[in-house]
Design a protein around this ligand. Sequence first.
Ligand code: 5AD
Ligand code: SF4
Length: 442
Amino acid sequence: MKYLIRTYGCQMNVHESEKLAGILESMNYSPCTSASEADIVIFNTCAIRESAEQKTFAHIGELKKLKAQKPSMLIAICGCMSQQNGYAELIKKKFPYVDIILGTHNISDLKELIEKRLATKKKVVAITESEDISGRDNMPKCRTSGLNAWVNIMYGCNNFCTYCIVPYVRGREVSRPACEIEKEVHELVEAGYKQITLLGQNVNSYKGPDGEGEIGFADLLKRLDKIEGDFWLTFMTSHPKDISNELIDTMASSTHIMHYLHLPVQSGSDRVLSLMNRRYTTAAYLEKIAYARKKIPDIEFSSDIIVGFPTETEQDFLDTLSLVKKVKYEQLFMFIYSKRGGTVAEKLDGQVDIATKKERLRRLIAAQEEIGTSVAEKYVGKTLTVLVNDVHPKKKGYMLGTTYFNKNVNFVGDRSLIGKKVKVEIQSSKLTVLTGKIVEEL
Ligand code: 5AD
Ligand code: SF4
């Protein structure tokens, strides 16, 4: 029996697909690379923007013919799109050949749902909401991200940024018990993973059960940092309103935590930030960046920005450009605002036309290209510690690695180096990658 999982969207989904794969492999399914070979195809969907939705619908549509030829092949839809209000009905109507629809809270029920579908021959829909997360990490996980292992520390989001569908499809924030996270990280380090990435929609509001009491994110990091072994620790996503000086101090004094912070700003206009319900000002944001740079001089930042939020004026956009130029992000993820059903921003007057949105995105990309290129240039001539991840997929004789501030590096080497740390002298740079030569193996 073979399975194929198609994953859309963020790292949370990538990791949930690793859990789905773990369940399927415990049922004796093995992976395959094309739907024509598969006995089950799972679409792990994303709902964050309309474009993600359209792409997924198109891909589900492509399976219609194959399913008619091979009715025994199961098709399952899970992830944020299936959890969206009314979407299970929509999927059933649009794609009557889909067998199983499961929500974001039902991933761990996959085995039972497949068995039910096979036994009853009826369509199975399981979309429930529950704050009981005790079963969500119990399955074996088929990890697919090389030396990096994802670890969920919390589920859901309470922030209700006005543009965002996540709180509606992922439910309220619930944190995993600290001892469970500690155990998982410990086991992963023992198993040889070299980078651990903690996952949550807003990791800074982590508040997990710990013995009789509760523990916050900075204390959780301190605890994980004490685990012995050769590994880097990082986390995403941080909300600027919740990131504390204590957290930065913890990063600064830690052994394992990477000098990298993904801190989505979304807009450089205070008026727009307020309409987005982000609950910080650009001044407060810049203060946090400055504090982090003071405590961790070699830290690098990345961010998310939305252009064309309802009512965004040319001046608001210029304020965003100006903030981006001030911060000098190492990397920027830039998005055109997309209207999401059920969110507050959907109903706002002053939706921006698509031509203006595209033009602003183009200008932002151009600005960031210049900034990111100059951020990368400053490393030329420097010697950096690099974790060797893999052989380069395209450049013969080259290896791929990452720095402790999350930048890709290319250098000549061989696969015996995978998993080791090396010192690389940087000789040239591009927007997304540094190139250098190994000067020392650590
Ligand atoms: N339109 C465009 N981008 C969005 N994001 C979230 N919701 C929307 C939306 N409706 C972006 C934000 C967030 C990232 C994961 O996706 O920038 O940080
Ligand atoms: Fe969405 Fe805001 Fe929650 Fe992030 S913090 S998932 S942008 S609502």
